[in-house]
Write a protein that binds this ligand. Sequence first.
Ligand SMILES: [Zn+2]
Length: 274
Amino acid sequence: MPLLPPVGRLAPTPSGLLHLGNALAFGAAWLSARGAGGRVLLRVEDLDRGRARDLVADAQRADLRWLGLDWDAEVTPQSRRAYPIDAIPTYRCTCNRAARLARLCTCRAARHAEGVWRYRTPPGEVAFVDRARGPCRVAPEDDPVVMRADGEAAYPLAVVVDDARDGVTEVVRGADLLDATAVQVRLYEAMGLVPPTWLHVPVLLGPDGRKLSKSHGSTGIGALRDAGYTPERIWSLLLPLLGLPPGPLEHARLDPARIPPGPFVVGEDGRIRS
Ligand SMILES: [Zn+2]
């Protein structure tokens, strides 16, 4: 089989401005594809629509460009695509989150005419290979919602359909999505699609030990830029977290085998430690 150049993607969710954790994952995705002579796609994962989302997505594009992360094409955002679920086994579930967590849901055996659509996940662990961690075996935690009660697609389905439709051959993202990968591998199987390769990079935590989010405002790319940081300085902070020497992004050569598992903590003083 001829070895074709990879197709990677940057898939920001416009729920908040980009922070250092996003930059780390997007930087790794960009390095992986570009380092192998591949293409990079940008896809805005805006399943929840709205004007505010458009503004956030614009700001994210500006942050990505400022960081030196470019893309060859921007593909259709999720809000303008359709996601049929006829091909996969589903059932409708009327339970709230608390009932699911308490394992009180019996909807799998019912035939509800309302509620969200959940994927009927086959039992057992899912095996896949992570390019940094090697062989992984993960048991999906729950049957994921693939369509909301109002007929809107949910993320686990949309991301699989999109990556297949966009011809994405490698997914590079934060290690917090390792569990989600198990479900996504199952969805690829159910739809008869070839899954991409997987690479999960360290997650960044705030001083409070929680995953970086918009509540950790000082780690926002915009906030750092306003504080006088250059893209070079940000990459010098982030590249060592991928097992690379500090330096400009364009000189970096990603080696998945050297990526540490993480997570890393961004302290109050802005320093990053494991
Ligand atoms: Zn239920």
